[in-house]
Design a protein around this ligand. Structure first.
Ligand SMILES: [Mg+2]
Length: 253
């Protein structure tokens, strides 16, 4: 049977990784699946809130050179793209850039003042109680530290009144692991559209399969001009993604 050309779009955290505490752990079984997709020459795009740098430094630690070169990254919800070995930052207008700078300062001041915390900017979880900021190029990510009482509920309560003043420019997206602040138009639908344009400029792909573990990932199926089937993976249940990929590769939906 000839399998028509298909393409794959993946959220990263909780879809290709599982969680231990607030640490996202790469599942090697899934890495094998990505390798199987590469061997069949189906395109692969990561549509993630993570930065391009995080994916390349941390996630890519576990994969071989050919896969590293094959997988294209649509980081920060597609705002920063890693394609064919080059990084490109999307343009955001000066009002949005200014709003991001202002809100970052306001949130840090607020959380650090209320909770008497210092700020730590790192990919790795601080070993002490602190305001943990994950490095990003455009968006802002405040990581939760539930063992120190810094849960997503606490962040939401602090951030929502501040972001209300910027609601025409910025939005807050939360999950148990992080509060993300991003330009209002950046989302997984836009990320998927950017990815599909780059990965399949000649429109040879008949159908795209998108995988994600949260409802915001489902927006990938709304990508304009393409057929995208979305699979919701129970957060961190990488064996489910593995099973679906195996089936898709033999032409079973
Ligand atoms: Mg996820």
């Amino acid at each position: 049977m000839v399998i028509p050309k298909i393409g794959f779009l993946f959220d990263v955290d909780g879809t290709l990784t599982y969680y231990r505490g607030n640490d996202s752990i790469v599942d090697l079984l899934i890495i094998n699946d990505l390798e199987a997709i590469r061997k069949r020459k189906h395109p692969i795009g990561l549509i993630t809130g993570r930065s391009v740098n995080w994916v390349r430094q941390i996630f890519f630690e576990h994969i071989n050179q050919s896969l590293k070169e094959y997988i294209q990254i649509f980081g920060e919800f597609g705002l920063v793209v890693w394609h064919n070995g080059k990084k490109r930052k999307g343009r955001i207008n000066s009002d949005t850039r200014k709003a991001l700078t202002e809100i970052k300062k306001k949130i840090i001041d607020r959380i650090c003042f209320d909770r008497d915390l210092e700020t730590i900017v790192s990919y790795e979880a601080p070993q002490k109680r602190a305001l943990w900021i994950e490095p990003k190029e455009i968006m802002l990510t405040f990581r939760t530290m539930p063992t120190f009482g810094l849960t997503i509920d606490v962040y939401q309560a602090l951030i929502e009144p501040i972001i209300a003043d910027y609601s025409d420019l910025l939005r807050l997206e939360s999950n148990p692991y992080a509060a993300d602040i991003l330009p209002i138009n950046a989302n997984k639908k836009k990320g998927a559209e950017t990815a599909i344009k780059k990965l399949d400029p000649e429109k040879k792909v008949k159908k795209w399969y998108a995988f994600g573990d949260s409802t915001s990932d489902r927006k990938m199926e709304e990508a304009k001009g393409s057929t995208v089937d979305f699979y919701l993976i129970p957060r961190g249940d990488t064996s489910k993604a593995h099973y679906i990929i195996q089936n898709l590769l033999i032409g079973r939906e």
